[in-house]
Ligand binder design. Sequence first.
Ligand code: AMP
Length: 510
Amino acid sequence: MNANLFAALHVAFPQDLDRCAIECADTAAELRYSWRDLERGTAMLANLLVSLDLPPGSRIAAQTEKSVEALMLYLAVLRAGYVYLPLNPAYQAAELRYFIENAEPAVLVCAGRHFGWISKLAFLAGTRYVFTLNEDRSGTLLDRAAQMSDVHAVAEKEPDDLAAILYTSGTTGRSKGAMLSHRNLLSNAQMLKDFWAWRSDDVLIHALPIFHVHGLFVASHGALLAGARMIWFAKFEPRAVIQRLPQASVFMGVPTLYVRMLQEAALSPDVCRAMRLFISGSAPLLIDTFKAWQSRTGHTILERYGMSETLMLSSNPCRALDGERIGGTVGPALPGVEIRVVDEQGQACGPEVIGHVQVRGPNVFSGYWRMPEKTQEEFSADGWFKTGDVGRFDAQRYLTIVGRSKDLIISGGFNVYPAEIESFLNEMPGVAESAVVGVPHPDFGEAVVAVVVAQAGVSLQGADLIATLKRQIAGFKVPKQVFVVDELPRNAMGKVQKNLLREQHRSLFA
Ligand code: AMP
């Protein structure tokens, strides 16, 4: 049997190919794509790739704005049997040079306005073809594909063949290319289809970027594998998304998207009347946001946990019969996925004991592209992937993520978990959110420092927050200094960039 992920998506296309598959919600003119359009478009793009006579395993890199054509390019790369490499359109020259030199893509697709400098970079690194694809669907990629046949037989693939390389967001050090196989992607997509009870009459609001695991895989695969329609936003705009909620049944977002929708007066139980599922992931969902969403809409957000290297790992239950959704947790391990929490010696931690999160399963990647030593370091001797996350199970095996192990602060020999301090700060009146980091300190090795954002219209004093914390937690955990700022630095997926905060405050105690 052909293990190509595209083959599985393909057979899931509905019988009536003229049905709408994707409706664009934020283009100037109304734009709808039928399943037949996806079928023909991906065939023509796949035929274009085949016509280039590329070596097997060639990487096809794409740095484009979000569009349905860009999604079709991804699907066409799978269809033709090559390896897809999505790149964040925000990357600048130095970053792009690194990815191009590291991955050596045979083909690169970029926006026409960047063709000059990007093609120079790419040709120097050995890339054979550079095509353009613009937001308005113009560019050489589609011009060339338009001349191709719209009939294409899906390339034969083995389960372990590479399907995509996702560069990790790299908030510290060089970003690494996670190699994902057809088996990794398909097993995860099929399991989520059942676990989240996807149906062909679902309608997904797709408002996430498609250079990242969340929007490209979790959201798109979910809808495609169910033969469900998507309402497609090239950019997230809270008001516009809320306006379309009455026609939708599933929404996926990073926590920031929920926070921004909560700021809109139009958000109400009535606009959510057709919704069955709100999913959050990619960064921790604050308990306040979870509760505010419940009271404003009557819906309980389902929080799940995953990463580029492993796809989805755990999820709060979808169906009531599977259990309750518990805010602040990322739920139990998903079916077929194994998760363990271990101490420094690799021994399993008991309930409520914090340790390192390690995982195993058909979803876990095979390694980092051209980094065998790094790959070896990140797997335990008995084959578990070290996620780099720190967490704890409760008695019912619901997992809570406490932070990244590299964010762990060791102050005066004591372990301080930033998430614990952040949760105390976030509970304080007037605090909207916070980030806790460790910075070098001559006596303690590291000192705890907090950066806090106040709720609108509230004025906070760092010294008052410190005084309150002193009454609540052990002295060594109390930040030496608390800064009040307008906002926390975040990357495109809504993750707080703690490396920037550490950098900013590194000389505080020097
Ligand atoms: P990425 O590979 O960019 O998706 O980043 C994966 C990382 O995001 C994980 O290792 C976690 O640190 C974090 N993450 C993803 N989902 C959650 C979640 N629901 N709660 C807390 N952290 C999360």
